[in-house]
Design a protein around this ligand. Structure first.
Ligand SMILES: [Zn+2]
Length: 473
């Protein structure tokens, strides 16, 4: 891997994945089964209308995923083509690190915590909850169809609006609305049939453990990445999406990363949990034992939890677990609250985990990078600058890295040079990443991923090869 170019941050998920998860959230939610099913709360409620919150959720998620219409292998092929056609003139195919995403808990305000607290009193209940992926029955099939079409009607106009924007020049074949509509109908049909895996070639089972909670979109995307990795063993190193609220997540890490096709773990904390969530400790332990790298979303942008108030928990280094409440009124944004790099001190200062291979994706985000780069040498560094916080962690911990993904701007290399001049450690820890396919919605790219590679022509070779190779181990 030493001399190969690596994109350490990309995504090959798509709008069908997102729609499947939105259906799952919504269908469970209206049954009082979100995020978990339970015998106690089972039973179809009489519903006349779809709650407005669900419609908002659908259009919010659609706006985020509208740019991603292809299948994972189409996305993979497109990225390889763009790299080949760029000014890089690479001699070998790009090694890509597609990061999964888990959006299922986007809407969870802490119900998951309340249910988990019941665990000792109700043995077996969570087990059953994990097993039961709310099915569509004969009795409620018509209602499900109606429900699904209402949520689909939130997705389509969002896509239509993006597709009609010429500057956005959607990637790949730029599917038309009829194609997308058909894709979403397929998701609805699969959801009803319980055959979410239809269309996926034979593959190792996504999870053989019945104690692991699998939702349809999550499972399907996991399988697609398994297949992609098997077909391209030298150039696809996928990361498993980990959310501490997903039941059995550490078992899934053991199965898919320690023993499976996945190379690392992806965390996305702005969806409503801290790095110090108690359920992440077993995951970090596996990562330490098996040299598994972790990438965490670290910019103020991106998909955020939709809850105004979130009840969660945090475990400190002595093992004490305390309740934590996020409140939008006082804590500003979920991003600031959950994703600030210094929130990782609780983990990194714990001697058990100080050697964790950790990538702060986006290096704090383009705005923070540019602000730091533009600072005069005699100016004091703003302690709230995320890029500066990450550099501080790089100085203290040997395996802290960052990637430059989702910075689609000509001139970024000059900013990086300015930062390296002042903080030489960055040259050894910063990695190249595109954040394809999410980055395609940026006007600066003009709908062409080649431009992203071109912006980084002449990049420090370490950022492309040695640094990500060291991070990935
Ligand atoms: Zn990303």
């Amino acid at each position: 891997m030493q001399n190969r170019n690596i994109d350490v941050h990309c995504h090959f998920f798509n709008i069908s994945f997102a729609f499947a998860e939105v259906l799952e959230i919504g269908w469970r939610w209206i049954h009082g089964d979100y995020p978990y099913t339970s015998e106690e709360r089972r039973g179809l409620k009489a519903i006349g209308i779809i709650p407005p919150e669900l419609k908002q959720l659908a259009s919010y998620v659609a706006s985020y995923f509208a740019v991603a219409t292809g299948s994972p292998d189409e996305h993979y092929g497109y990225e390889q083509r763009c790299c080949r056609n760029s000014q890089w003139h690479p001699l070998q195919p790009l090694i890509t690190v597609p990061l999964m995403m888990d959006i299922f808990f986007l809407f969870d305000h802490g119900e998951s915590e309340a249910l988990r607290a019941l665990k000792p009193a109700l043995p077996g209940m969570l087990q059953r909850a994990a097993l039961d992926v709310t099915t569509v029955t004969e009795e409620n099939a018509n209602f499900f169809e109606e429900f699904a079409q209402i949520l689909k009607a939130e997705f389509i106009p969002v896509y239509e609006k993006k597709a009609s924007d010429r500057d956005m020049a959607l990637t790949l074949s730029a599917k038309n609305v009829t194609d997308i509509s058909r894709d979403l109908d397929q998701v609805i049909a699969d959801f009803k049939d319980g055959h979410a895996e239809k269309g996926v070639r034979p593959t190792p089972a996504s999870s053989t453990k019945t104690s692991v909670q699998m939702t349809r979109g999550y499972r399907k995307h996991l399988q697609e990445l398994q297949v992609l990795q098997i077909m391209n063993p030298d150039t696809v190193l996928p990361f498993l999406a980990v959310d501490p609220r997903r039941i059995g997540i550490d078992e899934l890490v053991r199965e898919q990363v320690v023993d499976g096709a996945f190379k690392g773990v992806k965390l996305y904390t702005p969806l409503g949990y801290l790095p110090s969530h108690p359920n992440l400790y077993p995951v970090y332990r596996l990562c330490m034992q098996h040299h598994i790298p972790v990438t965490v979303h670290t910019s103020t942008g991106g998909l955020l939890s939709l809850c105004d108030r979130i009840q969660t928990r945090s475990q400190n280094r002595t093992g004490k677990v305390v309740p934590v409440t996020f409140d939008k009124k006082t804590d500003k944004s979920a991003s600031l609250f959950f994703s600030e790099p210094v929130k990782w001190l609780e983990i990194l200062e714990n001697s058990e985990f100080s050697g964790l291979h950790l990538n702060f994706a986006h290096f704090g985000g383009q705005e923070h990078i540019i602000k730091l780069a533009d600072q005069k040498p005699d100016e004091p560094v703003n302690p709230d600058n995320w890029t500066a916080q990450i550099i501080g962690l790089m100085g203290r911990f040997d395996n802290v890295y960052a990637d430059i993904s989702y910075c689609p701007k000509d001139g970024m290399l000059d900013y990086i040079r300015a930062i390296i001049k002042r903080y030489p450690i960055v040259q050894k820890r910063l990695m190249f990443g595109t954040d394809y396919i999410m980055v395609m919605q940026e006007y600066n790219l003009g709908g062409r991923l080649e431009n992203y590679f071109n912006y980084y022509t002449g990049i420090y070779p370490e950022m492309l090869t040695a640094n990500p190779a060291a991070f990935l181990g």
